[in-house]
Design a protein around this ligand. Structure first.
Ligand code: NDP
Length: 249
């Protein structure tokens, strides 16, 4: 199904695969083009092609969210090439290190915070003036683990809890300027990240009633809906998608 391009442009971080790739396609279905902010643009080609086939602009730009220079170059590129920045989806994330607090390497722990929390902060810092001009939307991809600890996940849980609060801070500070900010917990989704969790000997699937992984398209649809509709009464809030709200804690 071809979309009608609205001219709106999004940046989706970590969109080479998994949930981020599905978000770019879901945005395209709503007529929103994307710049895929990825570490390796060649790997993002399937996602780029799928989104562009829906009739919106879609390009992949190299950007490691832990790198200040990459982030400011990315935002400069979006504004220069498209003249607008309507939607920011902070999706790039990492689960590693999985280690109990006293056992892990502190550098790995901080690296996790750099990706999952400081990364979104860098993007927001660079993009918020343009997002305010566009009366745009921010969707930060959080997790149920932001609320409930998992053994060995202290970096991930802490970073994502911080990200949820960062969403509320954006809504608080920039809501009056017209920026709509939301967090989303995607559920237990069939991506490489769940593969890594299984490899570490943990079983998230056993915690959900239907005991099956959700396809990334489900949470991606909700992200695109939030970005497109910017629901007034959900601003600053964290939404749970799929089985996330039903999981045994
Ligand atoms: P994947 O592991 O499949 O994808 C993660 C993506 O993030 C990859 O494309 C990866 O890039 C990118 N990324 C990691 N670090 C960086 C970085 N420094 N700079 C730029 N990109 C980076 O995971 P998911 O698709 O499952 O995860 C997407 C989001 O959803 C994450 O924020 C995750 O925490 C969250 N989430 C996922 C759940 C699930 O069940 N899958 C549940 C709850 C939350 P590269 O391809 O280069 O490695």
């Amino acid at each position: 199904m071809a979309s009608t391009s609205s001219g709106r442009m999004a940046v989706v971080t970590g969109a080479a695969r998994g949930i981020g790739a599905a978000i770019a396609v879901a945005l395209a279905r709503r007529g929103i083009g994307s710049v895929l902010a990825v570490r390796d643009p060649a790997k993002a080609e399937p996602a780029r092609r799928d989104a562009a086939a829906l009739g919106v602009p879609c390009t992949a730009v190299r950007c490691d969210v832990t790198d200040d220079a990459d982030v400011s170059a990315l935002v400069g590129h979006v504004l220069e090439k498209h003249g607008r920045f309507d939607v920011l989806v902070n999706n790039a994330g990492q689960i590693a290190p999985i280690a109990r607090i006293a056992d892990g390497d502190p550098h790995d722990w901080l690296r996790n915070l750099d990706t999952n929390l400081a990364g979104p902060y860098r993007l927001l810092r660079a993009a918020l003036p343009a997002l305010a001009r566009a009366q745009g939307a921010v969707v930060n991809i959080s997790t149920g683990a932001a609320l409930t600890p998992r053994e060995g996940w202290s970096a991930y849980c802490s970073a994502k809890a911080g990200l949820s609060m960062l969403t509320r801070c954006v809504a608080h500070e920039y809501g009056a300027a017209g920026v709509a900010a939301y967090s989303l917990q995607p559920g237990v989704v069939d991506t490489d990240m769940q593969g890594l969790i299984r490899q570490s000997g943990m079983n998230e699937i056993s915690r959900i009633p239907r005991a099956e992984l959700a396809p990334p398209e489900r949470s991606a649809c909700v992200v695109a809906w939030l970005a497109d509709e910017r629901p007034e009464d959900l601003r600053g809030q964290e939404l749970s998608v799929g089985d996330e709200a039903l999981m045994a804690r």
